[in-house]
Design a protein around this ligand. Sequence first.
Ligand code: AMP
Length: 172
Amino acid sequence: MNNVTDLIRDIPDFPEPGIVFKDITPVLANADAFSSLITALAEPYVDKGITKVAGIEARGFTLATPVADRLGAGFIPIRKPGKLPYQTVREDYELEYGIDALELHTDAVFEGEKVLLVDDVIATGGTAAAAVSLLRRLGADVIGFSVFIELAFLGGAERVDGVPLHALASYD
Ligand code: AMP
């Protein structure tokens, strides 16, 4: 994974002062690195009976869809409010300043279905916790959260209650 993580680009003070943004676009643009990344995200979940992979808008989509294909599973989008066309469930969650929300189609998963959550970065864990809550409200069995980058100093893993985190790169 070193050749993959070496391609992560740190952008200081983006999108606001004090944030070091982890830019994964150089990884996505490199065919070998992108393929290795998808393999590493999917690998622990091969033959685990996963039938759906959920991705969080928008960078999560770029990773969750190829992971779903690798696992022979379907893909379901978790999106910002007002983007999904059918009936949705909605979960509000707190940001550092203010609140945000995520939505999921009500027919995205079946009761008891094994679901894997995928995203690019876990920071405070608020986004992932809201996504897990939405999936569970529909009866999903969320068996893991596979993420490229964990900002461990923010303690996000603890907020994603009862869902084991598989992070490929962790920063203290
Ligand atoms: P959080 O809810 O704090 O865990 O933030 C998670 C979401 O914000 C993820 O979906 C990431 O895509 C994005 N994010 C948060 N912090 C960063 C960062 N330092 N670099 C890149 N993306 C980030």
